[in-house]
Ligand binder design. Structure first.
Ligand code: TRP
Length: 448
């Protein structure tokens, strides 16, 4: 099975780094990071988060990329082949399946939030935020969520675009999109930071994000930081494995891993510096949870000079970020179907798209027709989010780091790391990272 011919590779190291950063930078950075930092003590939380990224998430990222690069196959076939070569248990393949299923499930609810973002681009163009107050902004968002056809419609548009891009293949689809969307995202973000500095309360935002307040830091905040470090790097869902499978030969995995983690963190902090100046200048509460972006920010934009223009740029940026992440979530499913069935990319994309849409239907309807359908007090959307983010991702990540740092045969390790496993995979990968993940688990099930 020489796989280069099946999937192809990124043209150069930058395409890999850009694609992997695009996967990492998403709603997690712009929508989630600012509000969890807000809820958990700002700068103190940022410090813990940086520790989690470097000691736990980065080794997992390196492990994922290594597993992909070693065989250049989809996660399922890669782990299968590597465990055969290492004469290890066949059950390791479950780790590949878990990753593929996790990516698939994440897209099924991620597309819904991405759809909100698309809707908000159009609302800003229409000037819908002008003169909005807190209550009317809440009502605007609430009315939108209450409409099954609107929520489902926007999610579907987002999903169709994602699958069309994937159907075009890694060069003409993924790489071409990334080359446009990533510079656009960074450019828009810089514009927004400048706007925040000019029109907002930059100093309070800076203090909030960078001066630690340890009194607000609880044990739970540390767990939130740990969980988010996985989500934000897109770990545990096969995304980095499959992007690693397309990596050019002569690129250092460790160096690229550090660059991706740094870029992702920098963008999350910059997003904070775009959002919080506006939040503080308008007397809004930074720790108000997921509503921060879709309810509080529109109020602020509605009352600022050129607010509609900047609101539009903001939600456009959010949509770009969501798009470059979404394409990474089911690329491993696509690759598996192509390997297994030999279908064309477009045919595989149609199949995956229909399946994601059917599974995602419940998530789009969770805010309206199915809002009363709950299990363990969670609606369908929250349940899928919880199952994947808190259970599947850490579980698959644990398997992945264990596999790469203990199980993989020396010959395979040497084929990608000529000097042997890098220290990050030995010292940190063998002990620190697995322990960190076990701690998240224990806490989720109430042992801590
Ligand atoms: N990292 C992305 C974000 O921050 C989301 C994402 C992309 C993701 N690929 C993933 C999350 C794979 C988990 C697994 O929004």
């Amino acid at each position: 099975m020489s796989q280069d011919s099946v999937h192809g590779k990124w043209r150069n190291r930058w395409t890999f780094i850009l694609a992997a950063s695009g996967s990492a930078i998403g709603l997690g950075n712009i929508w989630k990071f600012p509000y969890i930092a807000g809820e958990n003590g700002g700068g103190a939380f940022v410090l813990v988060y940086l520790l989690c990224i470097s000691l736990i998430a980065l080794p997992v990222l390196i492990a994922e990329v290594s597993i992909g690069k070693a065989t250049r196959l989809s996660p399922i076939n890669s782990i299968k082949l590597l465990s055969e070569r290492a004469k290890a248990s066949n059950y390791w393949v479950l780790c590949g399946w878990g990753a593929v299923i996790a990516g698939f499930l994440i897209l099924s609810f991620y597309m819904v939030v991405a759809g909100w973002s698309l809707h908000y681009v159009l609302l800003s163009v229409q000037g819908a935020f002008n003169g909005l107050d807190g209550a009317s902004s809440g009502a605007l968002f609430g009315d939108f969520l209450a409409s099954p056809s609107l929520v489902l419609g926007y999610s579907t548009v987002f999903l169709v675009a994602t699958m069309l891009c994937l159907g075009k293949g890694i060069e003409k689809g993924i790489a071409a999109t990334i080359n446009v969307a990533m510079p656009a995202l960074v450019g828009l973000l810089i514009l927004l930071v400048i706007y925040g500095a000019a029109e907002g309360d930059f100093n309070s935002a800076f203090e909030f994000l960078f001066i630690p307040d340890f009194s607000k830091l609880t044990f739970n905040s540390m767990l939130v930081a740990l969980g988010h470090s996985f989500f934000t790097l897109g770990l545990g869902a096969g995304a980095m494995m499959i992007y690693g499978a397309y990596m050019p030969d002569d690129v250092s995995i460790t160096k690229a891993g550090v660059q991706i983690a740094l870029t992702d963190t920098l963008i999350a902090l910059t997003a904070g510096m775009a959002i919080f100046p506006i939040v503080f200048a308008n007397g809004l509460e930074p720790g108000q949870g997921p509503d921060l972006i879709f309810i509080a920010l529109p109020v602020a934009f509605g009352g600022m000079p050129f607010g509609s223009v900047f609101a539009c740029l903001f939600f456009l940026m959010l949509s770009c970020a969501a798009f470059t992440s979404a394409i990474s979530m089911v690329e491993s499913t696509m690759a598996y179907i192509v390997e297994r069935k030999g279908y064309t990319r477009m045919k595989a994309a149609r199949i995956v798209g229909v399946m994601v849409w059917l599974v995602g239907l419940g998530s789009a309807l969770s805010f309206n027709v199915m809002s009363d359908v709950t299990l363990f007090e969670k609606n369908y959307f929250d349940l899928i989010d919880y199952l994947t983010t808190n259970i599947l991702l850490p579980l698959v990540s644990l398997g992945t780091i264990w596999f790469a740092s203990w199980v993989m045969a020396d010959k395979d390790v040497l084929s990608i790391f000529p000097d042997g496993r890098p220290p990050l995979l030995v010292v940190v990968g063998r002990w620190v990272a697995p322990l960190g993940i076990v701690v998240i688990f224990a806490s989720i099930f109430g042992f801590l």
